[in-house]
Design a protein around this ligand. Structure first.
Ligand SMILES: [Zn+2]
Length: 310
């Protein structure tokens, strides 16, 4: 779940060249900043029950949270490949920044990166790094749905779920209680991965999923209020959950150590009915828009037509 963080100048030059040949067809779409019109925010809405970040065991505070995110990117080298479509990357980055502005942690620095990966997934590795797969962009059917997904990842980030999860796992799996430098974080992460490879995922999974599910519900609640305040319809979350469930079953066949590792760390979800019930509860506390109301977004439609060709 993330953004165009390291587009190299050569790549930009090539992209500009490629796009200029398409300029006639795509001139308007090449400037998403001018094109995308966000919904009217509900800035004055009272959301007294919106969850607020709190403390908890976390050895990756401050600078160390950035070390962890950098180390994950490094250990994952090669699997986090940003998409080359500038319109798609810019569109998601703008939507993410807008949602971040109405989140519980508006002052945090975020990076929203679209990954060239067809798996229906989004994730947050902490340190403001949110990644959205092309597969997710293909799966969503409205900007409201995409906003809910991104807001969910922003929620994970704001609540420190990734650093707290890794804190617990480092302690349980390797006994590490403290990290002082980037190098220590990177080697701790590699040791954790090695420890996982020696164990069966099923055996360790039981210890982690309970917390992880709690994190998911917390991120759902944060997403509900974030999407709502930004001007989207939080009902879109229920629609996407149902689609998720189908897609996850279809994805279940794939298995690789790293993807399992990442899924175990960041990707487990509570049962869909449990998530829907939680959101129905939240909807008692705000003035909800009509169930089927969705923000009309020309930029979303352009994004959809572009990802369909990727
Ligand atoms: Zn999640």
């Amino acid at each position: 779940m993330k953004i165009s963080r390291s587009i190299r100048p050569l790549f930009l030059a090539l992209l500009t060249l490629a796009l200029s040949t398409l300029a006639f067809a795509f001139r308007a779409q090449d400037s998403p900043r001018a094109e995308w019109i966000p919904p009217v925010p509900r800035e004055k809405a009272k959301t007294p029950f919106a969850p607020k970040p709190f403390g908890g065991d976390n050895i990756f505070k401050g600078e160390a949270e950035g070390w962890l995110a950098d180390a994950i990117v490094k250990v994952e080298a090669g699997t986090l490949k940003p998409v080359e479509d500038r319109f798609v990357a810019d569109y998601v980055a703008q939507l993410g920044k807008r949602l971040a502005a109405y989140s519980v942690a508006p002052s945090r620095q975020y990076q929203f990166v679209v990954l060239d990966d067809d798996a229906v997934n989004a994730m947050c590795i902490g340190g403001g790094r949110v990644y959205v797969n092309v597969g997710m962009l293909k799966a969503v059917e409205s900007e409201d749905e995409l906003a809910c997904i991104i807001a969910h990842e922003i929620g994970h980030d704001a609540f420190g779920h990734a650093p707290k999860t890794v804190t617990r796992q480092l302690f349980w799996m390797t006994g590490v209680r403290k990290v002082r430098t980037y190098e220590e974080v990177e080697s701790a992460l590699k040791n954790l991965l090695a420890a996982y490879e020696k164990n069966s995922f099923a055996a360790v999974g039981d210890n982690l999923l309970g917390f992880s599910r709690f994190n998911e519900l917390e991120a759902d609640r944060a997403a509900f209020y974030d999407a709502y305040k930004t001007g989207y319809n939080p009902n879109a979350m229920k629609t996407i959950f149902k689609r998720f469930e189908r897609e996850e079953k279809a994805e279940a066949g794939k298995d690789y150590a790293m993807s399992q590792f990442m899924t175990l760390l960041f990707g487990s979800h509570p049962p869909t009915p449990q998530r829907e019930t939680a959101l129905s509860w939240e909807s008692n506390f705000v003035k909800m828009p009509p169930k089927a109301e969705r923000h009309k977004s020309a930029a979303f439609d352009v994004m959809k037509s572009r990802v369909a060709k990727l």
